[in-house]
Design a protein around this ligand. Structure first.
Ligand code: MRU
Length: 366
């Protein structure tokens, strides 16, 4: 996507092809810092500490991580044992987004078909690049399939602004291009539909106010940052026309794991008859788990709750909010049951949140 006129993705291969670069998203929007990843440990840290985050980007970073494991293999020996052990470590970096193991396993499988060390390195890089491009295209398609949903509301409202609420950051920073939840917004905006986005700030790490607001602003999309608990009130007063969120893992039965707080938005949307859509590429479906309650929910460092980050005198700073000795609990995701989801927007089109409808869209997964 363009930022200040420049094409930008959240991950790219450095001019030195043994280094992968990522935007260190921890410091956005106030500081733009690029990190070098040249060891598997650095890739793991980048995923764990959320320099990179968002399910599709975690998947692509994991895919490049396999390449890093190959290209930095001790003595240049890209053995099965080395690769399998490094891939296990990569996959353990974050538990909820299913894209991570999907991306890592796909690159591993492709490269292990090769016999020589150098062919393995080349295959790993090639597959990581293919995944990156596929995910960019998937998001573009999600935008095209989501467009009619926004168009229809716009028509019903006689071209008055369509108010869309979103939670967390499921934008291009979380993917490669366009985003998932934001793809229909970008596509609608580019097609001259008047939209306005309610951006949940998304405590504790504020991916909404830091990242989604930044992205939308750079594209010229009208938006308003709101405290996480505001959505229900807006819905009761007719100020939200639809909700679109992303997901870290969605079971093939339609249960949706996404950033903590998503479930409460879905409940409020249901109570107010507001369509609640989840946008995702097929890499985010879990084709094995049937029950969303079985999705592993990441618990993160309580300090992310206790401290708030912001700009102070031109420096990004953390400040303590609760009493220093109060314990905090940091559950990173929750699960919205399929019954609260109006539909999915995928690269193959839209469907209802039921096993039958999902499998009809992806019959090869049966
Ligand atoms: O903890 P994060 O920032 O990785 O969580 C991200 C989300 O919850 C996103 O909504 C989800 O990954 C979808 S990204 C297209």
């Amino acid at each position: 996507m363009k930022v200040d006129g420049k094409d930008l993705r959240p991950i790219w291969l450095n001019q030195d092809p043994e280094i992968v670069n990522v935007i260190d998203q921890r410091f956005l929007p106030h500081e733009f810092i690029v990190a070098d990843l040249e060891t598997v440990n650095q890739v793991i840290t980048a995923i764990k500490e959320m320099y990179v985050r968002g399910a599709p980007l975690i998947g692509v970073t994991g895919a490049y991580g396999v390449y890093i494991a190959a290209v930095s293999a001790p003595g240049g020996l890209v053995t099965d044992d080395h690769m399998t052990a490094e891939c296990d470590r990569l996959k353990a970096a974050r538990p909820t987004a299913v894209n991570l193991s999907w991306g890592v396993d796909r690159v591993l499988e492709r490269m292990l078909n090769e016999n020589s060390d150098s062919a393995r390195v080349d295959a790993a890089l090639d597959e990581a690049r293919i995944i990156e491009e596929e995910e960019a295209e998937n998001c573009r398609q999600i935008g095209l399939h989501g467009l009619p949903l926004i168009q229809e509301i716009s028509k019903k409202k006689n071209n008055e602004p369509v108010n869309i609420l979103t939670h967390c950051n499921a934008g291009w920073l979380a993917c490669i291009e366009y985003g998932t939840a934001t793809a229909p917004m970008y596509t609608a905006f580019d097609n001259n539909i008047d939209i306005h986005v309610w951006v949940d700030e998304t405590r504790p790490l504020n991916q909404g106010s830091r990242l989604t607001a930044w992205e939308l602003g750079k594209h010229g999309i009208k938006h308003t940052v709101i405290a996480d608990n505001t959505g229900g009130h807006l819905m009761q007063h007719g100020m939200v026309d639809m909700v679109i969120v992303g997901t870290d893992r969605t079971t093939h039965t339609g249960d949706v794991a996404n950033k903590i707080g998503t479930y409460l938005k879905a409940l409020a949307a249901k109570d107010n008859n507001i369509p609640f859509y989840v946008a995702l590429p097929s890499s985010t479906f879990d084709w094995v788990l049937k029950d969303g309650m079985d999705i592993p929910i990441e618990e993160r460092n309580p300090d992310e709750i206790r401290y708030v980050q912001g700009l102070d005198q031109n420096r990004t700073t953390n400040v303590l909010v609760p009493p220093a000795d109060s314990p905090a609990g940091n559950y990173a995701f929750d699960v919205t049951p399929a019954r609260l989801v109006t539909g999915f927007i995928t690269e193959r089109g839209t469907c209802k949140a039921s096993e039958k409808d999902i499998m009809a869209l992806f019959p090869e997964k049966l």
